[in-house]
Design a protein around this ligand. Structure first.
Ligand SMILES: Cc1ncc(COP(=O)(O)O)c(C=O)c1O
Length: 388
């Protein structure tokens, strides 16, 4: 087999992105102009919501969403323990307290059966993450939120175009948050979007993202500069048109990889519920280190050496990260994190512990051709034979 180097993620840019960028450069207007507006309109239409508000990245999308649902200092937000850090750091940035829930053993998304344990008199919101592109169990999560009068913020940063029971993610909870970071299903370089059907939430986010200035002279709230630039809007608005096509190819590649590798005894392709459309941000497999005789990290290194780049995350639960364990921030500690409920994050959650460090994402981006996919399959199979 001739060696190849198959990358795990690559932005795919076309003629329209270049033309849009040229248009922005010619216009001399770099902020909050027609390109950002076009991106917002197209994204609202795609997600099927009333409002899409563009911001600088996915992390601040979450921060502003938390503000707009009315989070106050010391209020608690239930988040899954195995996800990218900013799901939880954004809560702290907004003066809230992340409360870490276990994950579903099969789906890796927030375990709704653990919500009751996490609920306190300070709980204000639940933030499910549609991890790796598979929607979280929204029916159960929203039912729990309704029962306890909590907001639901969907962290859809990894799930552009995923559907749960026919509904686009980002349109199911009160607010949805997306990231358009360079490796995502579509990109704007850096970028984020907040989606909602609530006029008041959209209005608050529009105000806060630009210094909370409704006019040239007044700052009416604690605002930020979290705007999206026209250059980002130029790329993003062109990419939206290609998302369905990109996702079709991602799905085709991922389904083929997961099917053809399913006989290997040291790995388990991730579960996909039949009532979802997976966005396959990842083509995830779970490694059994006892059967493989190697850790997830060692396998990741081996495959890398053989020319197959994979993702290997999330290795440590968020409740073990120093930032949360030691309440590290603000050159001091979180002043509000040790509230009357005293969350010390000294947790050992069974499903999180079983999964952490054992998931790998195979290369599945739409820029791969069939020969690349063949190479990934052959390489993983060949590597497997060395383990026997
Ligand atoms: C689950 C999740 N939430 C939030 C974010 C934050 O997005 P950004 O990198 O655009 O700030 C990411 C980014 O990768 C993510 O994967």
């Amino acid at each position: 087999m001739t060696k190849r180097n198959v990358s795990v993620a690559e932005p795919i840019l076309g003629k329209q992105e270049y033309e849009n960028i040229e248009q922005v450069l010619d216009s001399g207007r770099f902020l909050q102009g027609p390109m950002v507006e076009k991106f917002e309109q197209k994204w609202a239409e795609f997600v099927d919501v009333e409002h899409a508000v563009a911001v600088s990245n996915g992390t601040v999308a979450i921060q502003l969403a938390l503000n707009a649902i009315g989070l106050e200092p010391g209020d608690e937000v239930i988040v899954p323990s195995l996800t990218f850090g900013s799901t939880a750091t954004a809560v702290v940035h907004q003066a809230g307290v992340p409360v870490f829930a276990d994950i579903d053993r099969d789906l890796y998304t927030l375990d709704h059966t653990d919500l009751e344990r996490c609920l306190t008199d300070r709980t204000e919101a639940i933030m499910p993450v549609h991890l790796y592109g598979h929607p979280a169990e929204m029916d159960e999560i929203c039912a729990f939120a309704d029962e306890h009068d909590l907001a639901v913020i969907e962290d859809a940063a990894q799930a552009h175009g995923a559907r749960y029971r026919g509904e686009q993610v980002g349109s199911i909870g009160d607010v949805g948050c997306f990231s358009f970071y360079a490796t995502k299903n579509i990109t704007s370089g850096e970028g984020g979007m907040v989606t909602t059907d609530h006029d008041d939430i959209a209005e608050q986010i529009r105000l806060l993202r630009s210094h909370a200035m409704p006019d040239r002279d007044n700052h009416v709230d604690l605002g930020y500069n979290y705007r999206m630039s026209e250059l980002q809007g130029a790329i993003g608005s062109a990419q939206v048109d290609r998302l369905a096509e990109f996702n079709d190819r991602r799905r085709e590649i991922s389904e083929r990889l997961l099917k053809e590798l399913s006989d290997i005894d040291w790995l388990e392709p991730a579960t996909v519920r039949d009532y979802v459309d997976h966005a396959y941000f990842w083509a995830p497999i779970e490694v059994d280190p006892d059967v493989a005789g190697m850790t997830g990290k060692e396998i990741w290194e081996e495959l890398q050496e053989r020319g197959v780049e994979t993702r290997h995350r999330y290795v440590d639960p968020l409740y073990e990260q120093p930032v949360f364990r030691e309440h590290r921030g603000f050159n001091s500690e979180f002043p509000w994190s040790v509230n009357e409920n005293d969350h010390d994050y000294d947790l050992t959650l069974p499903n999180v512990e079983a999964v952490a460090g054992n998931t790998l994402g195979l290369p599945n981006h739409p820029g791969l051709d069939d020969a690349d996919v063949d190479y990934v399959i052959d390489t993983v199979q060949e590597f497997s034979e060395t383990l026997e």
